[in-house]
Design a protein around this ligand. Structure first.
Ligand SMILES: [Zn+2]
Length: 343
């Protein structure tokens, strides 16, 4: 299996995030991708290739132009106002307030974000664009006949909506790739999100569409971030009704509960008969993940790959979360090796 990777991910290197009532060193750090690419090479998974340049065109297929422009200029505006340190928002919109775009950078950060865990830094724009190019290059390889491809994206993407960022995500790499498949001629695409957290951005982007089936298996939003989306009764809207599936699970579950949820997801996915699958591959479901509360073990990731392979579809794996950094390579590559073993 080929892996798409670029060192440009290092340009996103935030200093601190607000979590557990404290400003802590960012859990989403460059070492995450370094550990994964080292494991890919160590296991001889396959060729590692650099992404092609796509620019912002594929990004603008799923994100609003004003949001894309905001991210392009946010750092410069912030530095002008505050100086050269990471930009975090101050507050958010509550019900009854009005969503009118402010003129100042602090207001814009509040308008376009949903948490204070996602610092905008000097290199954020270039790293975020590079991650979309990694995903699009992977899409192109799968479209060209590869059975499976690994887009080692960083920063991750599944929390980013059509016009907001947060949850360590700026652009929705998986959604951009899924739209890329559609634009390249695929009639139906399925996005399977196995990250511990709900893929709220992906849900929002495709919620009213019946050509992209979106499925997310995640920690119940009654207990876990992002809290305000990801419930089982969210099934899509309008033409998209029935084309979104949330499978929330409670804190503390292990493979005994996770496996059946994955089987349910794959049954729905197979019934949809997609031309391609995009997997939002988060491995923060791991038992030792520092910010998560599922109990999956190393071998469960091999099983996950095997179950996904059984659908028999061309599949693009897009890296999302996972914060047990030293074990991230083993867990991510286990999924890919499980997939290859059953392909
Ligand atoms: Zn996650």
């Amino acid at each position: 299996m080929k892996t798409i990777f670029t060192e440009d991910h290092r340009l996103q290197d935030g200093k601190a995030e607000l979590i557990d009532g404290k400003l802590m060193p960012c859990f989403e750090m460059p070492r995450r991708a370094e550990i994964v690419i080292a494991r890919v090479r160590d296991q001889k998974l396959g060729e590692v290739v650099a992404p092609e340049r796509f620019g912002t065109d594929p990004v603008l297929r799923v994100h609003k132009p004003e949001f894309v422009r905001f991210l392009e200029t946010a750092w410069d505006e912030w530095v002008q106002q505050h100086g050269s340190y990471d930009a975090l928002p101050l507050n958010w919109i509550a019900p009854g307030m009005r969503r009118i775009l402010p003129e100042t950078i602090d207001g814009k950060l509040s308008y376009y974000s949903f948490d204070a865990g996602t610092p905008i830094t000097a290199g954020t724009w270039r790293a975020a664009i590079a991650a979309t190019e990694v995903a699009m290059t992977g899409m192109k390889l799968v479209k060209g006949g590869e059975r499976g491809t690994f887009a080692l994206c960083r920063p991750p993407g599944h929390h980013a909506g059509s016009d907001y960022y947060g949850g360590y995500c700026f652009f929705n790499n998986a959604a951009i790739a899924a739209q890329g498949f559609r634009d390249g001629g695929a009639a139906r695409v399925a996005v399977l999100d196995v990250d511990y957290h709900h893929g709220n951005g992906t849900q929002e982007i495709f919620y009213k569409r019946d050509d992209v089936l979106t499925i997310s298996i995640h920690a119940d939003p009654k207990q876990e971030f992002p809290f305000f989306l990801g419930h089982a009764d969210e099934r899509g809207e309008g033409r998209g009704e029935g084309f979104h599936l949330n499978l929330p699970l409670p804190w503390g579950i292990s493979w005994a509960e996770y496996g059946p949820a994955l089987d349910t997801a794959m049954r729905r996915l197979t019934e949809f008969a997609p031309d391609a699958i995009v997997v939002s591959l988060g491995v923060d479901t791991f038992e030792k993940d520092p910010i998560s509360k599922f109990k999956l073990k190393h071998e469960d990731y091999i099983r996950t790959g095997e179950v996904i392979a059984a659908a028999g579809k061309p599949t693009l794996f897009v890296m999302e979360g996972g914060y047990a950094v030293e074990e991230l390579g083993v867990n991510a590559v286990n999924v890919l090796q499980g997939f290859e073993a059953k392909s």
